[in-house]
Design a protein around this ligand. Structure first.
Ligand code: XMP
Length: 334
């Protein structure tokens, strides 16, 4: 019989007895990888319309993290990492793939000052992932490996030596994997499954994709994630790459930016890749102004969530929070 999979909208967190006197007494810090910790457990997505220097630098200012995307030249990615180092960002994280110039990219970004490497592929439970983790470990960096959504894949990545595991097959707002291929695991269930294995290895989990508000961040952490990766909520912010477009004239005008899936047709066109295996879409997002408002909103939501949980820190939060499943009429009946 088919297992039941749950996602963020299917659950709510159950309040607990609390002795938290002020939301400011809550410690939100959490491990992002085996050896590195964030003060605020959120990560801006390594997508070419989300994280380059400005976004990573802003995230860093709040004790969070931005991971630089890999959809640029090796020199461009290394240059951004070097600028983050010159700007005294304590943590510098870069992305690489598992094919092509990935070895040259790895060497360049590590030489430039990256301490965390995110091996970023759509299906992380893969032979090439194992080989790439092995290559990275020779460079004395922490490795984030993903994306995956099952216990078996979690064991595989832990055994390969990953220092953090990124979870999410198909939950992203720009993602069409589930539509194009039929594959995916609802994100709450995916986080639960991976957590069960990764905790035994003491390897942190990054919940990646499908976050629509601070409550979803609170849910992802409650289920067992240590940090949460976010694209859509940051899309349209001032610090994201890309220009601000204007449509219409004063007073009836709209400002917007583009947000595109890494495997979308638009991304493939911009990169000059073959227009096959499209597994994402692109969209316009209303201009949101500085990212600080989004970041502060998530931080405020999390502080309140920890208070409802009666948890002073992430360890207590993980242990104390239980969830209840909501009744939801399925939209599709066949
Ligand atoms: P949100 O929901 O925050 O999700 O916008 C961001 C995450 O979505 C993933 N991503 C994709 N997944 N096709 C996919 O299947 C794509 O083209 C694509 N682009 C991004 C990625 O994990 C990101 O962090």
């Amino acid at each position: 019989m088919a297992k039941i999979g749950l996602t963020f909208d299917d659950i709510l967190l159950i309040p607990n007895y609390s002795e938290i006197l002020s939301r400011m007494d809550v410690d939100l810090s959490s491990q992002v990888t085996k050896n590195f910790r964030l003060k605020l457990p959120i990560i801006s997505a390594n997508m070419d319309t989300i994280t380059e220097f400005d976004m990573a630098n802003t995230m860093s200012g709040y004790g969070a993290l931005g991971i630089i995307h890999r959809f640029c030249s090796v020199d461009e990615e290394a240059d951004i990492i070097q600028r983050l180092m010159l700007a005294e960002n304590p943590l510098r994280a870069a992305s690489i793939g598992v094919t092509g110039n990935n070895k040259a990219r790895l060497k360049a970004v590590v030489d430039a000052g990256a301490q965390i490497i995110c091996i970023d592929i759509a299906h992380g439970h893969h032979k090439l992932m194992a080989e790439t983790i092995e290559m990275c470990k020779k460079f004395n960096v922490d490795v984030i490996a993903g994306n995956i959504a099952t216990k078996e894949a979690a064991k595989f990545l832990c055994d390969c030596g990953a220092d953090a595991i990124k979870v999410g097959i198909g939950p992203g707002s720009m993602c069409t994997t589930r539509i194009n291929t039929g594959f995916g695991v609802p994100q709450v269930t995916a986080i639960e499954e991976v957590t069960e294995v990764a905790k035994k290895y003491n390897i942190p989990i990054i919940a990646d994709g499908g976050i629509q508000n601070s409550g979803d961040v609170a849910k992802a952490l409650a289920i067992g994630a240590d940090t949460v990766m976010i694209g859509a909520l940051f899309a349209g912010c001032k610090e994201t790459p890309g220009t601000i477009h204007k449509e219409g004239n004063f007073p009836n005008y709209r400002l917007y930016k583009r947000y595109r899936g890494s495997a979308s047709l638009e991304s493939k066109q911009v990169r000059g890749d073959e227009k096959r295996n499209v597994e994402g879409i692109s969209s316009t997002i209303d201009y949101k102004g500085p990212a600080k408002y989004v970041i502060q909103n998530i931080e405020d939501g999390l502080r309140s969530a920890f208070s409802y949980a009666g948890a002073k820190n992430i360890d207590e939060y993980h242990k104390k929070v239980k969830y209840i499943q909501k009744f939801r009429k399925d939209i599709r009946t066949v």
